[in-house]
Design a protein around this ligand. Structure first.
Ligand code: C2E
Ligand code: MG
Ligand code: MG
Ligand code: MG
Length: 286
């Protein structure tokens, strides 16, 4: 009975593994066509100033509408694209599309805030990054301050001197860079003071259990103080509840991003938010 049971379990496991491998290969093949077939789009999630009650920026997030599977999460396909060597082309598309979209909004007469784009490790270390950024901005006739970049701490771990050099080049162009998922990766305080970044983006794992979790609360307070003392702006991601927002604002982290304010939305919906404001978001200080 046991042997049979185990045998059964084992073959199940086997089939599962096969399916996972096949899944990855399929995903990889499908990714190769996705760009040319126009299956990618961008969603935009507002960054809001909780005190002023207004939108102060947005993050561009890639969306993949697979012809059979429907929406596939970037958390799933970005790692596949990285391993398959397809991420460079995807990142280029995101950069170009974000800039072109900003140009379209401006042509509509909208006053747009800075839009941030996520960089993969490969894109960050690509020697052509600075030129790619310049070209995308020039093609869309955009001032540099409208484009921001998000990188993670981990991207800088391999070669700190080189990372500082890349960041300095971007900063010299007038591009602001923020450290995404801050607190979850490689964070050496010795290096943090050397990185020419403009903002720390507190990872949502520290926000999830606010305001009840005292340790997370202490981490938030400490990161806010660290940011202030080192001259970085600070933003919290993944804000879902009023209680979290109130706590963050009280701690001095007024800029936030999360479902409480808005999910990532398509370009038309974001234009509507820009023109009419976020429903329910009002200045706190009167
Ligand atoms: P990220 O850069 O940290 O982006 C934030 C993620 O949190 C997004 O997931 C966003 O939809 C989600 N989020 C925002 N507010 C909330 C909230 O209140 N609650 C919860 N539970 N989640 C929230 P998304 O769009 O699925 O992206 C996942 C990750 O994929 C991103 O993490 C980023 O690392 C990567 N990614 C997304 N778009 C791009 C891209 O264009 N290029 C590259 N290289 N990576 C991207
Ligand atoms: Mg990000
Ligand atoms: Mg993040
Ligand atoms: Mg995150």
């Amino acid at each position: 009975y046991h042997a049979k049971r185990n045998g059964h379990a084992f073959s199940c496991f086997d089939a599962d593994m096969d399916r996972q491998v096949a899944d990855r290969v399929n995903l990889e093949n499908d990714l190769r066509h996705a760009l040319a077939d126009g299956q990618f789009s961008l969603a935009f999630q507002p960054k809001v100033d909780f005190h002023k009650g207004c939108i102060v920026g947005a993050e561009a997030l890639i969306r993949w509408r697979h012809p059979e599977r429907g929406q596939v999460s970037p958390a799933l396909f970005i790692p596949v694209a990285e391993r398959a060597g397809l991420i460079g082309a995807i990142d280029d598309w995101v950069l170009g599309q974000a800039c072109d979209q900003m140009a379209q909004w401006r042509a509509m007469g909208l006053d747009i805030p800075a839009i941030s784009v996520n960089l993969s490790p490969a894109q960050f270390h690509d020697g052509r990054l600075k030129d790619k950024v310049k070209a995308a901005l020039a093609r869309a006739h955009l001032p540099t301050h409208l484009l921001e970049l998000e990188i993670t701490e981990t991207m800088m771990a391999s070669d700190v001197d080189r990372a500082i050099e890349i960041l300095s080049q971007l900063t010299a162009l007038g591009i602001k860079v923020s450290l995404d998922d801050f607190g979850t990766g490689y964070s050496s305080l010795a290096y943090l003071k050397l990185f020419p970044v403009s903002a720390l983006k507190i990872d949502r794992t520290f926000v999830d259990d606010l305001p009840d979790d005292a340790k997370d609360g202490a981490i938030i307070a400490s990161v806010v103080a660290l940011a202030r003392n080192l001259g970085f702006a600070v933003i919290a991601e993944g804000v879902e509840t009023q209680g979290q927002a109130d706590f963050l604002a009280e701690q001095g982290c007024a800029v936030m991003q999360g479902y409480l304010f808005s999910r990532p939305v398509d370009a038309d919906a974001f234009a509507h938010l820009l023109a009419h404001g976020l429903p329910g978001l009002k200045p706190r200080w009167s």
